[in-house]
Write a protein that binds this ligand. Structure first.
Ligand SMILES: Cc1cc2nc3c(=O)[nH]c(=O)nc-3n(C[C@H](O)[C@H](O)[C@H](O)COP(=O)(O)O)c2cc1C
Length: 218
């Protein structure tokens, strides 16, 4: 495809959304319950990796950065994901705890936007999750200085070999630089595509530990 054809494709492809309503009456009072309901529907719709989300963080100069990761747990405090604390996102979060998650389930024409504050989860939670990971992923957590430049793939592979030897016939312990973060939400927005771009948007905000919901204009 030429650049012109790509441009043409982007400019001219239009589709309307199926007109599935989402209203204040349909929305639970608790947004986590609502998330779980939509999550169940995502599973039932065979969406690939329904626990994938886009995490956005901001660095110390105010520059935003986004990447996909997996939401691995929902605890009373919020949404948990696992990563390398020394990665770019880890460095952003050490400067600025404000972050957002975005979930897009195209097949259901749904988007969920979540904003909140991120803190590290308890070591016990990270240890438990780390011990449930496949051994190769555990070794990978030791071998990869996530987000750092490396010379070539063989550099990574030789570090893998090194740590495989270190942990030969032993359980792989969790590296101190690897674990979970929890985003405690202060805002969640549930977006449902509707006909003629007149979408339904129900937003929940938290004040004095109480959730309230409102409708936003599309
Ligand atoms: C489907 C998918 C799932 C991913 N899951 C994770 C994850 O759970 N944790 C993680 O650290 N990176 C995950 N990644 C990789 C991140 O997108 C990213 O490359 C990495 O975390 C480094 O980001 P950073 O340099 O901004 O810190 C995933 C990527 C994709 C495409």
């Amino acid at each position: 495809m030429s650049s012109k054809e790509i441009k043409n494709y982007i400019n001219t492809n239009r589709r309307d959304f199926a007109n599935q309503p989402f209203s204040e009456e349909m929305a639970f009072d608790n947004p986590i319950k609502q998330y779980e309901k939509w999550f169940e529907e995502a599973i039932n719709s065979n969406i690939l990796d329904p626990y994938a989300a886009c995490l956005s963080t901001v660095d110390n100069l105010g520059r935003p950065s986004s990447r996909i990761l997996y939401i691995r747990d929902i605890i009373s405090e919020g949404f948990v994901f696992y990563t390398n604390f020394n990665s770019n996102k880890g460095s952003d979060l050490s400067n600025n705890k404000h972050a957002s998650l975005n979930v897009f389930w195209g097949e259901l024409e749904r988007q969920i936007r979540i904003q909140g504050i991120i803190t590290k989860v308890d070591d016990v939670i990270s240890d438990k999750y780390f011990s449930s990971r496949p051994r190769a992923s555990q070794i990978g957590a030791w071998a990869s200085n996530q987000s750092q430049k490396i010379k070539d793939r063989s550099e990574l592979e030789s570090k893998i070999k090194y740590y495989e030897k270190q942990f030969q016939k032993k359980n792989v312990t969790r590296p101190p630089h690897w674990g979970g973060y929890c985003l405690s939400p202060t805002l969640l927005e549930f977006w449902q595509g509707r006909s003629s771009r007149l979408h339904d948007r129900i937003v929940y905000t938290k004040d004095d530990n109480q959730w309230s919901k409102s409708r936003l204009s599309p």
